[in-house]
Write a protein that binds this ligand. Structure first.
Ligand SMILES: Nc1nc2c(c(=O)[nH]1)N[C@H]1C(S)=C(S)[C@@H](COP(=O)(O)OP(=O)(O)OC[C@H]3O[C@@H](n4cnc5c(=O)[nH]c(N)nc54)[C@H](O)[C@@H]3O)O[C@H]1N2
Ligand SMILES: Nc1nc2c(c(=O)[nH]1)N[C@H]1C(S)=C(S)[C@@H](COP(=O)(O)OP(=O)(O)OC[C@H]3O[C@@H](n4cnc5c(=O)[nH]c(N)nc54)[C@H](O)[C@@H]3O)O[C@H]1N2
Ligand code: SF4
Ligand SMILES: [Mo]
Length: 690
């Protein structure tokens, strides 16, 4: 006999609803898709369905660990001792250096309630706005741009728009690996006649299902999108009535377009002019069309500008706010949308309301009974810079493996070593916990209750299938205990109570409660009567005055470029079988499928460099050097190489420098100039590729 619970997958932002079947010995027997899950419609990918063995892996953290001296050995400790140590050290730092010498990270893998609790602890118990989350290194450019152009930080529609649309432009996203259930929905849509254009320097799997694949040079999206807008304007696809009634800023944008004729764009991006024309016509001719995008758009120096240009394309054609016409950013982690919605950001409370807004800040002061700072806190990269500069003294890292996944690893490690005190709260020891003074054993998504918000803004319930192992506790219980020890009581018995507070303090969440979410969840904004919003902006945009805004932003070159010394461009991304830092998937059967990061290289580049499939090679950038095996494949464009960051042995992010998005500091993970060569060979002079 097995008991089952219905819950939500804890890996990616698709938000598949799962049935988790429990064994008598408190393990997971199996997981199957929930047939009524609105995002997954009875499907899952191999992570959601099979990658659950990590939960009972012998390396799970099962007791708090303490280092008596920095860099020394970790020993098991009681919860009482661990929490007393945290309260004493953070109290000491605050007394000596003020609250802003302490910073926290909330986990985009954890629940909304966990992230809200973490943000409240940092703001109310410590007294600082130094709180951020993984969205910083992911889709923060999307959030920035959507708010600026349209008003709200979320997809304008739902995954079901793929079922009702005539065409989709998919830019810099690889859903069959990163969002597999959405990838499958896109495949099905193409089989029913949806015309798909893929835009990626790699020939991703979905390119085989599309009518057209464009392979721009990494970092040239702005030119491609402006080129598409040029053709749309030139060939009569502008919806002038929509532009006049619902937008402002069109004239300045239109003035920009003559410079982006297809031939000019070809010169910048390498995309043949004729293909650019066809792509624009596929989008323009469909009465309903979607644009979906991923990190190939955001993780660039001008990522937030390209998202604004994507909004421009939807606005000029009026393809927004209707079934089948949506802007769909494929948000990454299971709850990266939610952790940001919850105000685990240095400049905003829940629902992106500024910490400097007097009315908002005082509503939280009234609810929490403490004075709150009106000063913006540090973003993640600012935290590391401040630690190295000696201004930040302590960090509380909840569910983020910054020493493996943040850019510029050497700098991150330097920052962590520079702190006086570091707390990590995770389910495994990680690259980051190596530098921690106290490590707290937390619970995975299979062991707790709360909610996650998927990439459609859909808030869905999470329910525990099994208990946390050993003495591990839920993140919610841990944060409550630490906050109490710091002198600020979080007054909720359960995550459902925390959600009631969130709803009371957040107009866009007013109608949300655990009881109301049911089996299908609700898509915010949710009105007090419980009605939700699968489609945004049907009648008005959420900016002041209700009009959307065109951004007039020209193409600008990426932060890094190939030269004689570093002639190839490294692009990094993901593989289906492994998930980000890999702490979970590396502890499942998925390692039998893929057990290392490899460097994808085009056969022409490989031949020039005397590299064969499987050779161990050295990859050197301006800031670091790593070694890994080569995989020769023509799915990547010549001049580019590609790898992942799932294995700590590789330390891919030693190669990534400090270049970042101009508006949000999202790292430029996708454009790193590198020198590649077989290990043991003499330096080979390779001509730069344009
Ligand atoms: N299996 C698996 N699934 C995951 C994750 C995982 O680690 N593993 N991580 C989750 C997370 S956190 C996220 S954010 C999502 C990410 O999901 P995606 O956004 O799909 O992520 P990536 O694979 O990093 O990058 C997408 C594509 O961008 C392309 N690209 C790079 N530079 C450019 C460019 O200049 N222009 C264009 N047009 N394309 C470019 C790359 O070649 C790549 O194919 O996936 C989530 N899902
Ligand atoms: N080179 C390169 N680097 C990248 C990227 C890239 O494309 N290229 N992508 C970036 C992106 S988009 C992202 S989002 C980041 C992801 O980077 P991270 O957020 O660091 O990676 P994750 O593996 O998602 O999870 C972080 C940690 O959370 C822990 N964890 C999981 N569930 C829970 C839980 O319920 N509670 C607690 N307490 N801990 C938990 C995991 O064990 C892990 O240590 O990586 C970034 N790094
Ligand atoms: S597609 Fe994403 S949410 Fe769905 S099962 Fe796979 S990892 Fe989980
Ligand atoms: Mo991400």
């Amino acid at each position: 006999m097995t008991e089952s619970v219905t819950t939500t997958c804890g890996y990616c932002g698709v938000g598949c609803r799962l049935e988790a079947h429990r064994r008598e010995d408190d393990g997971i027997a199996s997981i199957s898709p929930a047939l009524d899950g609105p995002a997954n419609l009875g499907h899952t990918c191999l992570k959601g369905r099979f990658a659950h063995r990590f939960a009972r892996h012998r390396e799970r953290l099962t007791t708090p660990l303490i280092r008596d001296e920095r860099g020394g050995p970790a020993r098991a400790a009681s919860w009482e001792e661990a929490i007393e140590r945290i309260a004493a050290e953070l109290g000491r730092v605050r007394a000596a250096h003020g609250p802003d010498a302490i910073a926290g990270l909330a986990s985009s893998r954890a629940t909304n309630e966990d992230c809200y609790a973490m943000a409240r602890m940092m703001r109310a118990a410590i007294g600082t706005n130094n709180i951020d989350n993984c969205s910083r290194v992911c889709h923060s450019p999307t959030s920035f741009a959507l708010r600026k152009a349209l008003g709200l930080s979320g997809a304008t529609g739902s995954f079901s728009d793929f079922d009702h649309t005539g065409a989709t432009l998919l830019i810099g996203a690889n859903p069959t690996e990163g969002h597999p259930v959405v990838g499958a929905r896109i495949k099905q849509a193409t089989l029913r006649g949806m015309r798909l254009v893929t835009i990626d320097p790699r020939r991703i799997e979905l390119a085989d299902y599309g009518v057209l694949h464009l392979a721009p040079r990494a970092g040239t999206n702005a030119a491609v999108v402006l080129g598409i807008a040029h053709v749309l304007a030139r060939d009569g696809f502008v919806d002038h009535a929509f532009v006049a009634a619902r937008t402002d800023g069109w004239a300045a944008f239109a003035e920009l377009l003559p410079a982006y004729a297809p031939a000019a764009v070809e010169a910048i991006s390498g995309v043949p002019a004729a293909d650019l024309e066809r792509a624009a016509h596929v989008y323009g001719e469909a009465s309903e069309a979607c644009i979906a995008w991923g990190l190939g758009v955001t993780e660039h120096k001008h990522g937030s500008e390209v998202v604004q240009l994507i909004c421009d394309v939807a606005l000029m054609t009026g393809k927004i706010g209707r079934p089948g016409s949506a802007l769909l950013p494929l948000r990454g982690q299971n709850n990266v949308q939610g952790s940001s919605d919850m105000g685990a950001l240095p400049d905003t409370y829940t629902a992106y309301r500024s910490v400097a807004d007097e009315a908002v800040a005082s509503s939280f002061e009234d609810a929490w009974g403490v004075p709150l700072s009106r000063t913006k806190g540090y973003t993640i990269p600012q935290m590391f810079d401040a630690a190295v500069a000696g201004e930040l003294k302590a960090m509380y890292v909840f569910g983020e493996d910054v020493a493996q996944t943040d850019p510029n690893t050497a700098h991150v490690v330097h920052a962590l070593e520079s702190l006086d005190f570091l707390v990590c709260q995770d389910i495994f020891e990680t690259e980051t916990t190596k530098y921690a003074d106290v490590i707290l054993p937390a619970s995975s998504f299979l062991e707790k209750s709360g909610t996650f918000t998927n990439a459609e803004r859909r808030v869905q319930l999470v329910a525990p299938a099994i208990d946390p192992p050993g003495e591990a506790r839920t993140d919610f219980e841990i944060i409550k205990a630490v906050s109490r020890a710091l002198g600020h009581e979080l007054p909720w018995a359960t995550p459902a109570d925390a959600m009631d507070e969130i709803a009371a303090l957040t107009p866009d969440w007013a109608g949300i409660s655990h009881a109301r979410l049911g089996r299908r969840g609700l898509q915010w904004p949710v009105a007090p009567d419980g009605s939700d919003a699968p489609i945004l902006y049907e009648r008005a945009f959420a900016r002041e005055g209700g009009r959307a805004h065109f951004a007039a932003l020209p193409y600008k070159a990426p932060g890094d470029a190939a030269d004689d010394e570093f002639p190839l461009i490294l692009v990094t991304g993901r593989r289906l079988q492994h998930y980000n830092a890999g702490t979970m998937t590396r502890r499942t059967g998925n390692v039998e499928l893929v057990d290392a990061d490899v460097l994808e290289i085009h056969p022409d580049d490989a031949a020039r460099l005397w590299i064969s499939d499987g050779d161990r090679i050295s990859v050197r950038s301006r800031v670091g050097r790593i070694e890994l095996p080569a995989q020769v494949t023509d799915r990547i464009e010549p001049g580019h190489v590609f790898t992942t960051f799932h294995f700590p042995e590789t330390r891919t992010n030693l190669l990534v420098g400090a270049s970042a998005d101009v508006n949000t500091s999202c790292p430029e993970y996708k454009v790193v100039a590198v020198d590649v060569r077989p290990i043991g060979e003499q330096p080979a002079r390779v001509p730069a590729l344009a």
